[in-house]
Ligand binder design. Structure first.
Ligand SMILES: Cc1cc2nc3c(=O)[nH]c(=O)nc-3n(C[C@H](O)[C@H](O)[C@H](O)COP(=O)(O)OP(=O)(O)OC[C@H]3O[C@@H](n4cnc5c(N)ncnc54)[C@H](O)[C@@H]3O)c2cc1C
Length: 534
């Protein structure tokens, strides 16, 4: 590996894709036979949210369904911030991308007549989720694509290296700086390139409780923001209401289907607390259930998913994955309520991109969860994220292949970066404050405290990975503080109503986030200024 890296540093690579999930691998395959380098912090198949997707991909491929209906559902879920043209464009390309995935070997389930089988999910008005062997979509997609990538000679793979900075020259991205993942003492390596595609996934690991892998720690978002890229909607983070508190990080999911089967949510007094919160009780929309669970835990009463009456002895057979997670934690879900908590699950915000996946920086594209296209608005519709990843990966490949790359002058210069040991206690502090202050239920005072703390972690961190985590966390907290309303996944107890005058997407930069920190009395070197959302 080190020889290979040494060679890479000599000449400008054509295209570098950072990320080995659906967005990164699909983009690499679409660009073949053009030479590309794929860099992945974890070995292919691991450390990617893609591998854990249980539902599937939303695609209006069934008879009677339409892209227009799919787009309408997407718009309805996004609480006024979905870009309708983008949502419709994605829905229209779904069928073609599903056929690409079939060609790459993804074995989507079919019905008896050989047509793609489609399942139903909450807030979709039609059956339109294509899936694999029930809940195995993510695993099947990643296995098929990893195999196809390894069999494609034009794709060079660098596994186990994390991108920690973008190299820039005259406002253009000219390469990436990598370091052996998890080894703070390793010497960084730079690779010059004409085009960089960031496909590094989400930010769940910035929170103490998350369903995402540790690699989803916002590093891609941070390095783009540090290079000056515009960031969109960072405040919008979707929480899954029922992660199993089994002492595992990341937390395993207790699927929504359990509540569909009649499992109830209770506190430690045995009270069904969702009854008072919504007419649909446990079957209320995901963000409302997440807030109910969070409030019960915050009040010290705990939250538990009780499937004893609904499933009892049938639990193991009907939900084997959840059953195994519970048993491993010493909870028998047939006889005991399962302790649950809301967990950071999906980031609607990210690097702002146009319909081709181009960021605001020349030479930088972004696709998948690290990007923000406008498709999700303030709340993602279930199973739209894999679809968005695959649609934008194809568009990015087409854009790069279409010869629109303006080659930056000169080779990338390495950045001077000293690095100290990664501080697990600082990381724990960052993740704890994100969960308690920038989580499911927010208010101005605690957000301001989080902004000040995160700005100081960002400023003090001698370790590049920790600093990058703090950068992304600061972007989320500062924008959550600045958006003085409740909308979609952002719920503020000091501004409970949605405010029509704020019904537009956030576009911000790291400079603006640091200015917000300064205006709140945070220790930062930049001059204080007004926040961008009143
Ligand atoms: C438990 C779970 C279930 C889900 N179920 C569904 C579902 O049913 N349907 C749906 O549509 N969505 C679902 N989602 C969301 C969906 O899986 C993700 O949004 C999507 O897979 C993101 O794909 P991606 O390629 O952008 O990122 P990922 O698949 O997360 O891949 C990111 C890649 O980047 C690498 N990486 C990260 N940082 C760096 C770095 N600095 N340098 C180098 N490499 C780096 C990682 O190792 C990884 O290879 C689910 C998510 C979770 C966590």
């Amino acid at each position: 590996m080190s020889n290979q890296l040494h060679d890479l540093t000599r000449n400008a690579d054509d295209v570098i894709i950072v990320g080995g999930g659906l967005a990164g691998l699909f983009c690499a395959l679409k660009l073949a036979p053009r030479p590309v380098t794929v860099v992945s912090a974890a070995p292919l198949g691991q450390g990617a949210s893609t591998a854990w997707a249980q539902g599937g991909i939303a695609a209006a491929v069934a008879e009677g369904d339409s892209a227009e209906a799919h787009a309408a559902d997407t718009v309805a879920a996004g609480a006024g911030l979905v870009d309708e043209t983008i949502a419709l464009g994605i829905a229209r390309e779904a069928g073609a991308r599903i056929h690409d995935l079939l060609r790459y070997g993804v074995p989507f389930d079919r019905d008896l007549e050989g047509r793609l089988a489609v399942g139903r999910e909450a807030a979709h008005s039609a059956r339109r989720i294509v899936h694999v062997r029930g809940d195995m979509a993510g695993q099947a997609i990643i296995s098929a694509l990893a195999e196809a990538v390894r069999a494609t000679p034009s794709i060079r793979l660098i596994e186990g290296y994390a991108a920690e900075a973008l190299l820039t020259e005259d406002d253009a991205v000219t390469g990436v700086q990598l370091r052996k993942a998890g080894d703070a003492t390793a010497t960084p390596v730079t690779i010059a390139s004409r085009a960089v595609v960031l496909a590094t996934g989400g930010i769940g690991h910035l929170y103490a409780v998350t369903t995402n892998p540790a690699e989803a720690s916002g590093l891609g978002l941070a390095i783009a923001a540090r290079a000056g890229a515009i960031v969109a909607d960072p405040e919008f983070v979707q929480f899954h209401p029922t992660a199993i508190m089994a002492g595992r990080d990341p937390a395993p999911l207790a699927t929504e289907a359990l509540r569909g089967e009649g499992a109830t949510l209770i506190n430690d007094k045995g009270e069904r607390f969702m009854l008072a919160r919504h007419p649909l009780a446990e079957l209320a929309p995901r963000d409302i259930v997440a807030r109910g669970v969070f409030a019960e835990i915050a009040a010290g009463r705990g939250a538990f998913l009780d499937a004893r009456d609904a499933l009892g002895a049938r639990f193991a057979e009907k939900f084997p994955t959840v059953y195994a997670s519970c048993m491993a934690a010493g909870v028998d879900p047939a006889r005991q309520p399962i302790p649950v908590a809301p967990a950071a699950h999906y980031h609607m915000g990210g690097i702002a991109v146009d319909p081709h996946g181009r960021s605001s920086l020349r030479g930088l594209w972004a696709g998948g969860e690290v990007s923000s296209t406008g498709a999700h608005g303030a709340n993602r519709l279930a199973s739209n994220s894999l679809l968005e990843a695959v649609v934008y990966a194809a568009r990015i490949a087409e854009d790069i292949d279409g010869g629109t790359i303006a080659a930056p002058a000169g080779l990338a210069k390495p950045m001077e970066l000293r690095n100290s040991a990664f501080s697990a206690s600082s990381e724990a502090r960052l993740r704890a404050i994100m969960t308690s202050h920038v989580g499911v239920i927010r208010d101005g005072e605690r957000l301001a405290e989080a902004v000040r703390t995160l700005a100081s972690i960002e400023q003090d961190a001698g370790n590049v990975a920790l600093r990058n985590m703090a950068t992304s966390a600061l972007l989320v907290a500062a924008s959550a503080w600045a958006r003085r309303e409740s909308r979609g996944a952002q719920y503020r107890i000091d501004f409970l109503a949605e405010r029509p005058e704020l019904g537009h997407r956030t576009r911000t930069t790291l400079t603006e986030a640091r200015q917000i920190a300064a205006s709140l009395g945070g220790r930062t070197e930049v001059r204080a200024a007004q926040p961008m959302i009143a």
